[in-house]
Design a protein around this ligand. Structure first.
Ligand SMILES: [Zn+2]
Length: 381
């Protein structure tokens, strides 16, 4: 099966081709050429992508749910529904993300994700992102305090045996947290500091043990003070730390997003959504797993409080916000939506539009609205 996308503006890491053609053969990109030189004799399907960007499909490493269902509902149908919603926002690969829950719920969640990995037909799963339950009680945000526990690698091994765990978000300053960081690394899992009260020295210590990543950077972690620059200062200062950022302009103000892009290399920033199960739902009051929440203009907070509780962000809008705020070229920004994640998660042949790469492609109009999406060479819409 051959498909040709022609007349697109191709954006990939370091590449901005204003009039490109992408030839897809089976699941791979077979060729990329200037559209003017393209022949299409034995092609079965031609997509005219005039006025559209073609970018590598987005990789959302942190997303909890959508349209009223949550990863921790632990059903195949829930994971399917989330995977389908993510596709509509340009996401071709994602990490279904848990919240702090009882152990039996997390075990069942891994089973449902594994069932989806075997049969799923929408966005691909790159492994589960466990947010909690190993969190500092002082920085819980919207996480349920009833089910937090101290770092426990034995429990991670149990979960990982059911379905691959890609990332664990935990507070490294909790008892046993440094050793836990090293053990995650040994299992091939990305250790990521989250909901952390660690000071700068403690984050530095965790880096020695292999800490690689900071979860929803700046949110629910120690801020910059001139006598202790905290976890936020560590993230800005240390090149070896990658930061995942929610670019809805609420979790981080536009100036903070600018500052992050000024301090960090483009290789160490990953856009994600942290989208809650309330994402895609109308404004109003809702129950979030025993917590009372309120949505207004797509922003989700604990009711009667300023505390943010996940987000309602669509991935494509996050990129649009960052492009407007930083004014950086898309061929640089596109690293933060796919390539950095693919490299960190060791996903083979994903994250670029290049010959022999898997044809995971999103076509967006110039307002960043998603028009078409391909996964493994199949046009999903
Ligand atoms: Zn989250």
């Amino acid at each position: 099966m051959k498909t040709l996308i022609k007349n697109c503006q191709l954006i990939s890491d370091g590449i901005n081709m204003p009039n490109a053609a992408i030839l897809i053969e089976n699941d791979r990109i077979a060729d990329i050429t200037d559209a003017a030189n393209t022949t299409s004799s034995d092609v079965e399907k031609i997509i005219d992508a005039t006025d559209l960007y073609a970018m590598p499909g987005f990789i959302d490493i942190h997303t909890h749910g959508a349209h009223g269902v949550h990863t921790c509902d632990a059903t195949l149908e829930a994971i399917e529904q989330i995977a389908k919603y993510k596709m509509q926002n340009g996401v071709t690969t994602f990490c279904p993300s848990t919240v702090t829950m009882p152990e039996n719920v997390l075990l069942d969640t891994m089973k449902s994700v594994e069932a989806y990995r075997q049969t799923g037909n929408y966005a691909k799963v790159a492994g589960v992102h466990l947010e909690g339950p190993f969190l500092n009680p002082k920085k819980l945000g919207g996480q349920n305090p009833r089910f937090i526990q101290e770092p426990n690698i034995g429990f991670i091994r149990k979960l990982h045996a059911i379905s691959p765990v890609a990332i664990v978000s935990f507070s490294p300053e909790q008892p046993g947290g440094y050793e836990f960081t090293r053990q995650l690394q040994q299992l091939g899992i990305i250790p990521s500091a989250a909901h952390s009260n660690a000071n700068y020295r403690e984050i530095g210590e965790a880096i020695q043990y292999g800490l690689k990543h900071l979860t929803h950077f700046c949110n629910q972690m120690t801020g910059v003070h001139h006598r202790d620059i905290g976890a936020v200062g560590a993230g800005l200062l240390h090149d070896e730390l990658s930061v995942e950022i929610i670019c809805d302009k609420i979790h981080l103000c536009p100036e903070m997003i600018k500052l992050i892009f000024k301090c960090k290399s483009m290789d160490s920033i990953m856009l994600m959504t942290d989208s809650s199960y309330l994402s895609g739902l109308p404004d109003g009051e809702h129950e979030l797993r025993g917590l009372h929440t309120s949505i207004k203009d797509g922003i989700i907070r604990l009711a009667n409080s300023d505390t943010l509780c996940g987000s309602g962000l669509k991935y494509n809008i996050g990129l649009k916000n960052v492009a407007q705020i930083t004014e950086l070229p898309l061929e640089q920004l596109v690293r933060t939506t796919s390539l950095n994640q693919a490299l960190a998660l060791k996903l083979d042949h994903i994250g670029r539009l290049a010959k022999n790469y898997l044809a995971d492609i999103v076509l967006l109009d110039k307002d960043f609205e998603v028009q078409h999406l391909f996964i493994n060479g199949t046009m999903k819409f």
